[in-house]
Design a protein around this ligand. Structure first.
Ligand SMILES: [Ca+2]
Ligand SMILES: [Ca+2]
Ligand SMILES: [Ca+2]
Length: 368
């Protein structure tokens, strides 16, 4: 398990350097091209992935000087590595949604064309790699203890073979970071997690990705909380959350966070999960984006009160669903919508606008 092999695609070196610093091999040539392809996306994110000194963080400059990591992880097929690069620069023909959306947004967002949907939200790699244990954090950035898991952990991925695990503990891939570092990584103001979670958030881990959305698009993902804490527990109430914000606000810490699960979740039970005493049922959250733009989506989990007795959150099937209809305005995109405003709005748990998350009445998700 957790035999992550992020050597498969170029974005990885930029995006997942922290937890997987031991693995990344790219021929010098692809290194440079890869960096160029991703820079336009990552620039708005500030590159503040971590303080822990992973050399690959600097790859956004396209420098080969960071190749100290590029040791000997036995990746022998350079063809496999160059394919995703080609796809990226040639408008990713295998990504139908991406291609279509790029066309739609061209007029108003020509500068944001690099990635116009959530990429690799299923953690299978982009494009997927065949075989077991080949999932990756492609297109995501990570901090702390994160890993790719299969159904071997005891909870099946909700899409395909791989899923992300983010924990408050530590493993071969890295250790949890202090709350202040996690908050900075996720674009949150320091201390905001304490207020959100009504306690003292101490340490944890997170992942994030920048994407471009149109008004009315729906962010959807599946998640399962794992814990070794007693359930429920008062002050050691480890909590998971996700974050969203305009990526242009990244540097000011203006992202919003929403708690999605903690130890008081009523669905906790012993589900025979490796490394954890209990798990919740797997749930889905849908968030309608009210305004077109470039956003940063993050997932995180923290210990509360102390740093021991750890918890984790499994995340999978993170996707952006294009509705072609803005939830707060009349249908305006000709020829694409098949649903009414009402149908779309009632199908989501939250809307997200300039003031953050707003619950949608009628949603059945307990996270509200
Ligand atoms: Ca998956
Ligand atoms: Ca804990
Ligand atoms: Ca911990």
């Amino acid at each position: 398990m957790a035999d992550i092999n992020p050597t498969t695609t170029p974005e990885l070196e930029n995006n997942t350097s922290d937890s997987q610093s031991s693995v990344s091999i790219n021929p010098d040539g692809t290194d440079v091209r890869e960096a160029e392809a991703v820079v336009s996306v990552d620039d708005g994110m500030g590159g503040t992935t971590t303080d822990s000194g992973s050399a690959s963080d600097t790859n956004t400059d396209g420098e080969d000087g960071t190749d100290s990591m590029n040791g000997s992880n036995g990746n022998t097929t350079s063809e496999d590595e160059t394919n995703p690069i080609t796809d990226l620069t040639n408008s990713a023909p295998q990504e139908d949604i991406s291609e279509v959306r790029r066309t739609e947004s061209e007029a108003q967002q020509s500068s944001l064309m690099s990635i116009s949907s959530i990429n690799n939200g299923s953690f299978e790699g982009n494009p997927p790699e065949p075989g077991e244990d080949r999932g990756t954090f492609d297109n995501f950035r990570t901090i702390g203890d994160t890993s790719i898991e299969t159904n071997d952990i005891g909870i099946a991925p909700t899409d395909a073979e791989s899923q992300a695990l983010i924990t408050t503990g530590f493993s071969d891939s890295g250790g949890s970071v202090e709350e202040s570092d996690l908050s900075e990584f996720l674009g949150l103001t320091s201390g905001s997690l304490d207020a959100l979670l009504d306690g003292d958030a101490t340490e944890g881990s997170g992942i994030k990705q920048t994407f471009t959305a149109q008004a009315g698009d729906i962010v959807e993902f599946d998640y399962t909380l794992l814990t070794n804490e007693a359930t429920p527990t008062g002050i050691f109430n480890d909590s998971a959350f996700f974050t969203l914000g305009k990526s242009s606000n990244d540097s000011s810490g203006a992202n919003f966070a929403l708690e999605i699960a903690d130890t008081s979740d009523p669905t906790f039970s012993d589900k025979s999960v490796e490394g954890y005493s209990e798990a919740t049922d797997t749930k889905t959250i849908k968030v309608a984006i009210s305004e077109a733009g470039t956003y940063e989506l993050g997932f995180g989990i923290v210990d509360l009160s102390d740093t021991i007795v750890d918890s984790g959150i499994l995340v999978d099937d993170v996707k952006l669903i294009s509705t072609g209809v803005g939830p707060f305005s009349s249908p305006s995109v000709e020829g694409t919508q098949t649903e009414s405003d009402g149908a779309i709005t009632s199908d989501v748990d939250f809307t997200f606008g300039n003031n953050g998350f707003e619950p949608v009445s009628g949603s059945s998700n307990p996270a509200q």
